[in-house]
Design a protein around this ligand. Structure first.
Ligand SMILES: C[S@@+](CC[C@H](N)C(=O)[O-])C[C@H]1O[C@@H](n2cnc3c(N)ncnc32)[C@H](O)[C@@H]1O
Length: 308
């Protein structure tokens, strides 16, 4: 199984699909969400993005996608959303779905370096054509920058101590594999919560390697621009850093600071939240699919046309 989709029913319902509309799945992965969107289209089109070679192969080897004339796969980082769609002569869309982060396939493939369980090279690139990997990060970042990554993105308490330890350890022995890194982390992890600590450190490195926060900001801004009035955005995030950006963009039209107002005191922002609170998976889904435990879905609707 490539990936079990999370919050499938809820996120697709959030899109309020029009059978003749243009829809975007920004995170194709195993195609679980794409499949549901396609089921609801008659004359509409689905563009499915993913930057990962394996996700592309998964779409290409699957006749339900590749033989479907309503389906188009776009091998690109979703930070290039607008530009990639323009290539297909599309400037406005009816709905956009993003199921952020990595797929179970990417985690379970030890050689990708995302897993705290399986050994593999410290890689963590979502796009295999990218040069910069987690191994480069751990080998080259100075203590200050490592501290920032571990504290800000890994949210670990002893980030400064760990950054110092890594920079000292890598002189003694090159840190090449996930096991090499875990050997260093072991000493600094709270007793009994080692795997949680490893997971946080890995999360921090992964976010930095793939510039995930910056890419998410770019994608949300472009989504706000290209949605048609009444069009829907459905985003599933898996940690608080991502969710905060999604929440702020929907609520305030920006990522930091307060919402801007026009002359009449109206909020200047392209989207309006459909649900006040994020939607979480049911207890039943969380039981069957552990990945669903941290999933938070936010749905928003485009309010008015922005010319850009
Ligand atoms: C959680 S999985 C999506 C799973 C999918 N919804 C399903 O049901 O199978 C996230 C996918 O998005 C891709 N991805 C993450 N960030 C991306 C980005 N910035 N641009 C393009 N693809 C990205 C990953 O490579 C991964 O395949």
């Amino acid at each position: 199984m490539y990936h079990v989709p999370v919050l499938l029913k809820e996120s697709i319902e959030g899109l309020a699909i029009k059978p003749n509309g243009v829809y975007i799945d920004l995170t194709f992965g195993g195609g679980g969400h794409s499949r549901e969107i396609l089921k609801q289209l008659d004359t509409g089109t689905l563009f499915a993005f993913d930057q990962d070679d394996d996700a592309e192969a998964n779409a290409k080897n699957n006749s339900e996608f590749y033989d479907n004339e309503r389906f188009k796969f776009v091998k690109a980082n979703f930070r290039h959303l607008k530009q990639s769609l323009l290539f297909h002569n599309i400037s406005q869309v009816d709905g956009i779905l993003a199921d952020l982060g990595i797929s179970s396939h990417q985690i379970d493939e030890g050689s990708r370096g995302f897993s705290t369980r399986f050994d593999g090279e410290l890689d963590m690139r979502m796009n295999q054509q990218q040069d910069f990997s987690a191994k480069d990060l751990v080998a080259d970042y100075g203590e200050k920058d490592l501290h920032k990554v571990l504290g800000m993105y890994g949210e670990i308490k002893n980030a400064k101590t760990l950054a110092k330890a890594i920079t000292a350890e890598r002189i003694r022995k090159e840190i090449v594999t996930t096991q090499d890194l875990k050997d260093v982390l072991q000493k600094y992890a709270p007793r009994g919560a080692e795997f949680k600590y490893f997971a946080q450190v890995f999360q921090g490195l992964r976010i930095e390697v793939n510039e995930e926060m910056k890419v998410l900001e770019e994608m949300l801004t472009q989504s706000g621009e290209i949605l048609k009035v009444g069009g829907r955005l459905s985003v599933i995030s898996y940690h608080s850093l991502e969710d905060r950006l999604v929440k702020n963009y929907i609520g305030k039209g920006k990522f930091y600071g307060e919402v801007e107002k026009d002359f009449y005191g109206n909020d200047i922002k392209p989207l309006e939240a459909v649900n006040r609170k994020p939607i979480e998976a049911s207890e039943e889904e969380k039981k069957i699919n552990p990945r669903a435990r941290s999933g938070k879905l936010r749905v928003a609707e485009k309010l008015y046309f922005i010319h850009n």
